[in-house]
Ligand binder design. Sequence first.
Ligand SMILES: O=C(O)CCC(=O)C(=O)O
Ligand SMILES: [Fe+2]
Length: 296
Amino acid sequence: MGAEVSGVDLSEPLSEDQLRIIRDAWTEHQVLVFPKQELGPETLLTFSRNFGELDNFSSQPFNRHPEYDEIFMLSNKPIDGKIPPGSTGGQNWHTDLSYTTRPAKATLVYCVEKPLVGGDTMFANMYDAYDTLSPVLQQFLDNIEAVHDVNLITAKRPPEIVAEFARLNPPVVHPAVRVHPESKRKALYVNPRTRCFVGMTEAESAPLIKYLSDHSISPKFIYRHRWSVGDLVMWDNRCLTHLAVGDFDRSEIRHMLRTSTMGDYFGRYEDENAVAEQKRTAGDKKLAVELSTLHD
Ligand SMILES: O=C(O)CCC(=O)C(=O)O
Ligand SMILES: [Fe+2]
């Protein structure tokens, strides 16, 4: 896992040949690092679109780029004197947007500014995590689903943002093991943001989720990226988990731009009826507002 790609300028349009080489290398290595790139929001978006339709981060009530819906800011750089609420670090191991019904495929992060020491990103290989389980546990996991819950994100954020984040993202169900559409390999899709297995109690699920989460971050399954300014790192959320290490001096700036491509796979809400009801009442309220403006 992890490969460095040199000899390409990502701010320029790429040929089909170059893109094929990048896509193949990505399938083979899961994390690609493109050092010494000079990208702005527009060129980052153009490059990212080569790997799929971009998420507009409507699931995120914070840290969105003021001009570009499809860019999320991983940044502790003050805006109008205030540090953004979702600033990086202090999170748990996860795979991007697993708390939505359409989890991310690729995530691309471009490093604009970084602290002198720390602020690395670590990646755990969920193919290896799966492959090294006993056949009996593999078979058990192959046949079950798990609930992913945004409330299990451990990041320090103001309570009103946490509440809005949860309102936007009701719990969802995904298989505990996913087959990667390109490599055809099985990858474990359980991590510390998994609340329980479908059909099992939380008490029954918790020790297994903890075991799998701990097992999947064995040092031999890890690539740790130590950032340099100008790095573009692109990873595959279908077969990896990652962690933004929150060990840096917060008086220093860590400023990165992120895009994510939307996955081809769809999960479902844990409680479809409650979500339909929530949408219906939200729709009713909107209709009431529209009608009242009509009458005015
Ligand atoms: O800041 C990082 O290194 C990664 C942050 C992250 O995990 C995310 O945005 O999903
Ligand atoms: Fe992430």
